[in-house]
Design a protein. Sequence first.
Length: 125
Amino acid sequence: MNQPLTGPVQVPVLALGDILLVSLQGELHDGMAEQLQQDLTSRVSVSGVTGVVIDISGVDMVDSFLGRVLAEIASMARLLAARTVIAGMRPAVAITLVELGLTLPGMVTALDVDRALELLSSGGT
């Protein structure tokens, strides 16, 4: 008999040396976004990583709330001495963010995860 899932669904966070990699897929509901923010901030604080890559190539749509959460994650990570790179932003997502007036201050972007990892390893952020 299959048991129903209970509790919040978590977004997996992969540790790659001193970098955390998060790959967002599909629609990220507000509760999941808030949980991700808490989880990432906690992981950065406890593990002492120096970088966070958030891959949004699997995200079709970003609303103002998710945009704000991404900016807050980057700000919190920066306060904890880690740099954040958003990777894989689709053109439609970029257009939506601009139309919403979200500039994501201090946020560094890369075309894909490989380039994001290169940026973090080279200190280019």
